[in-house]
Design a protein around this ligand. Structure first.
Ligand SMILES: [Mn+2]
Length: 318
């Protein structure tokens, strides 16, 4: 596909959906596509489905129109997923995807095998927003559409810092910036800002983190009773694993928290030598070469041992 208009012929209704626990790139790509359709194809009736987007993204136009539940019985001519790596990751709108006349998938996950009729998947691009930008007419992108695109690009590149950031990424970000918006505020408030409590929890995890494999691997963890003590949930702990990754000498950072007794959510970050997407896929998860995640069962020590054994294998091959 070269342009989104290619799949819009004879289409009167479009549903758009993102993945479970939507992040900035997911919300940004879904909203940018929604706002673009609304502006450039006003004759098409479009709906956007997102699982409880966080209020920090309320600066994006149209957030008050997002549908968080698949209440109505509706059959769309076309259903488009954005930033969804596999069908079981699609949130809220699965029934609309299954019944739609035609489906399309716009994504950037290397693990995406192409689950829609039209699959536009670019595994080498840093964000779904950047992939989506390539499908839009640049001269039709106004500030309202540029803001969610910029948000997603900034979020999934760690504010234009990960290796997935290319000269083309920066060129596009520059084009978007020309529409004139407060980019430093967007980055601060949607990406870096934490509540006092979230900072306290990060401090605790860092203080108790352990170095393994001669300092090549750092592990941070939080048990259920500690999470309950602070009153935090999974989404309060974003950014912790990225901070752990910045430990000097470390190749892989692991952050683990307890979903329930003996069941853990695992986040992995690599500085490049280890492909953590392989490790996550091995344990039933997925993601990218330098950032991935999975759920694991057993004691905390089993989980850490199993993960570090896989890391060790890759470091030995290196
Ligand atoms: Mn993404």
């Amino acid at each position: 596909m070269k342009n989104i208009s290619e799949i819009l012929e004879n289409v009167k209704t479009v549903g758009i959906g993102g993945h479970i626990r939507p992040d900035g790139d997911c919300i940004g790509s879904c909203m940018a596509l929604y706002l673009y359709l609304r502006k450039c194809f006003p004759e098409i009736e479009a709906d956007v489905y997102l699982e409880n987007p966080k209020p920090v993204f309320d600066y994006i136009d149209g957030m008050d129109e997002v549908k968080t539940e698949a209440e109505e019985d509706k059959v769309y001519d076309l259903f488009i997923t954005c930033d969804v790596s596999a069908l079981d990751r699609l949130a809220v709108a699965r029934k609309y995807f299954d019944t739609a006349g035609k489906t399309a998938c716009i994504d950037h996950h290397v693990s995406n095998r192409g689950f829609a009729d039209v699959n536009h998947v670019k595994g080498d691009i840093g964000s779904a927003c950047e992939v989506l930008y390539g499908l839009l007419d640049a001269d039709k992108i106004d500030q309202s559409i540029a803001i969610p695109l910029y948000t997603g690009m900034a979020h999934d590149t760690g504010v234009f810092q990960y290796s997935s950031t290319t000269p083309e990424t920066m060129r596009i970000a520059g084009e978007l910036m020309k529409t004139g918006f407060d980019f430093s505020r967007i980055i601060d408030e949607s990406f870096y800002q934490k509540t006092y409590l979230q900072n306290q929890v990060m401090g605790r995890v860092l203080a108790e983190s352990i170095l393994l494999q001669e300092g090549k691997c750092v592990v941070g963890y939080l048990k259920r009773r500690e999470m309950d003590f602070y009153g935090v949930e999974g989404n309060d702990m974003e950014g912790i694993v990225s901070q752990l990754r910045l430990t000097a000498g470390v190749e892989v950072a692991i952050f683990i928290y307890e979903l329930e007794t003996q069941r853990f959510k695992v986040s992995l970050r690599s500085n490049g030598k280890v492909d953590v997407s392989k490790i996550a896929v091995f344990f039933g998860g997925g993601g990218h070469v330098r950032a991935s995640g999975c759920d694991m069962q057993g004691s905390m020590y089993d989980v850490i041992n199993n993960l570090t054994a896989e890391i060790e294998k890759q470091l030995a091959e290196e």
